[in-house]
Write a protein that binds this ligand. Structure first.
Ligand SMILES: CC(=O)SCCNC(=O)CCNC(=O)[C@H](O)C(C)(C)COP(=O)(O)OP(=O)(O)OC[C@H]1O[C@@H](n2cnc3c(N)ncnc32)[C@H](O)[C@@H]1OP(=O)(O)O
Length: 465
């Protein structure tokens, strides 16, 4: 394992420089949660659905986060043998909440006709939000406080709010509160054209506020530390597109993907980020985006900026019996970890290893993996870390390397590089897809895991019921 480089971006140079060292991740050992007993009630994933994932194309897309949640939520609720008001809670992950959709969980619940008595809350833990919503529901059912929960993620990155500079906000405030025409005229005099330049919301949102590193830069850091080459990252990205294209062709997403219709009647049936015809040659032509000229992270091997929503229905054993539901998979347990934000992409290595260790499983006991593809270099760095003796000993506290995850067991139907990454949704989608993929392939046990901007990781272990 190489020491990470001490490189700096112009943004970093404005602030005191910060040494980035993987050794600092040792601190994460203190952040693992204490072993939990397995005496809680059983929690099942009984159904779920998502919208097509639609690329953000530089202008607000046809759906807001709540629109998306409603688009796949309505048919999903319609195919259940119970009424929508039978749920105990609606929980929704959403990172970029729109000002006119505050607490989107509750807005979605009401628009879905789940009744005024429906309790609903929104969770935000950056890219972990969609998985956090499932975990929050899991804990409520496990602890006996609920029997049926609708847990989702909804994100419309194309609608990311624009953030104006402080000067502009101050000026808008003064102008809006000026009580007389004279005062309004005076306030108008303070206007400067450069105030119209927004601090773009999405770019800031994809930059860590503590280290001032973009998410792409954090992938470069760990890619460099674990010796991931540009060719390896491109080959991984190519395979992601090929796998998604194959899954789309062979009907893998039937039932999981529900078409969406915009207010002006346009039908969206398929994920539109996939490039079935991309090649190593085309990928090789793309310039590094985050570290020029020698970096390995390009538009071709990064997750795409996308709009999309996903829901899963969680049920207790009692609810399964009462409504005659057919479980897809059981949530066995979950784990969260925290680490240096500059190497946030390694989050999955820590929480997944801690989860299997706590449950008495080894890496070989896991039949399928969904590791959210934030960046190819980031996923590959995680895989390399698990085979690195020093990393496994020093960071994960393991006596031997955690082991290799075979590529044919990982992200078998593509991932965020080909499909897109609506950040508050992806964690939900990978859990739903893992459950379906385990069942379809007749496999037993899987882990869905993801890195989380800000320096965290989340993992959830499922078993086919
Ligand atoms: C915790 C976490 O999960 S962290 C992750 C959070 N998410 C992120 O950080 C998002 C990461 N992704 C990004 O920021 C953006 O996708 C970027 C900056 C990498 C690229 O953005 P854009 O430049 O808008 O990408 P875009 O899709 O337009 O592609 C740029 C070019 O590459 C080309 N391209 C992209 N992918 C491919 C491909 N697979 N094959 C061939 N060409 C490709 C496009 O055609 C385009 O070419 P053009 O300019 O000639 O039209």
């Amino acid at each position: 394992m190489e020491q990470a480089p001490n490189t700096s971006t112009p943004a970093q140079r404005r602030t005191p420089s910060r040494r980035v060292s993987l050794r600092r991740t040792e601190a994460i050992r203190g952040s693992r949660s204490a072993p939990r007993s397995q005496t809680g009630r059983k929690v099942y994933i009984v159904d779920g659905a998502r919208t097509p994932f639609l690329r953000a194309r530089g202008e607000p897309g046809p759906f807001t986060p709540v629109d998306l949640a409603v688009q796949c939520g309505r048919p999903l609720l319609g195919r259940q043998p119970f009424a929508p008001d039978a749920f105990d809670y609606v929980i929704l992950g959403c990172v970029s909440v729109l000002a006119d959709e505050m607490n989107p969980a509750r807005v979605a619940a009401l628009r879905l006709g789940m009744g005024e008595a429906m309790r609903a809350f929104t969770v935000q833990i950056n890219c972990g939000s969609g998985m956090q919503s499932i975990d929050s529901g899991f804990r409520l059912i496990e602890g006996g406080q609920a029997d049926l929960i609708l847990a989702g993620g909804a994100e419309a990155l194309s609608h990311s709010p624009l953030v104006w500079s402080r000067n502009a906000t101050r000026w808008f405030g003064r102008f809006a509160t000026a009580r007389s025409p004279l005062k309004r005229l005076a306030a108008l005099g303070g206007f400067r054209p450069n105030m119209l330049k927004p601090v773009i919301g999405l770019e800031r949102g994809l930059t860590d506020p503590i280290t001032d590193l973009s998410m792409g830069r954090t992938a470069e850091i760990i890619g460099h530390a674990f010796g991931i080459t540009r060719e390896q990252a491109d080959a991984y990205a190519l395979e992601s597109h090929q796998r998604l294209a194959r899954a789309q062709e062979d009907g893998t997403f039937a039932g999981e993907l529900i078409p969406a219709v915009s207010r002006d009647g346009q039908l969206f049936e398929k994920d539109d980020g996939v490039r079935p015809d991309t090649s190593m040659e085309q990928l090789a032509k793309l310039k590094p985006v985050f570290e020029r000229p020698y970096g390995r992270v390009t538009a071709g091997n990064s997750s795409q900026i996308t709009d999309g929503a996903s829901w899963v229905i969680l049920a207790s054993e009692e609810a399964v019996e009462e409504y005659g539901l057919t479980p897809i998979a059981r949530i066995v347990d979950s784990e969260w970890s925290a680490l240096d934000p500059a190497v946030m992409g390694l989050g999955p290595t820590i929480c997944s290893a801690a989860l299997t260790e706590r449950l008495g499983f080894s890496r070989e006991d896991i039949d399928l993996w969904e590791i959210n593809e934030a960046f190819a270099a980031q996923v590959l760095a995680c895989l390399a870390a698990w085979t690195d003796e020093d990393y496994c000993r020093e960071v994960l506290g393991l006596e031997a390397p955690y082991g290799e995850v075979p590529r044919d067991r990982l992200n078998v139907d593509g991932g965020a590089i080909s499909l897109g990454h609506p950040v508050g949704t992806s964690g939900n989608r990978i859990v739903l897809h893992l459950a379906n993929a385990l069942k379809r392939r007749g496999l037993r046990r899987g882990i869905a895991t993801e890195c989380i901007g800000g320096g965290q990781g989340g993992a959830m272990l499922l078993e086919v019921a």
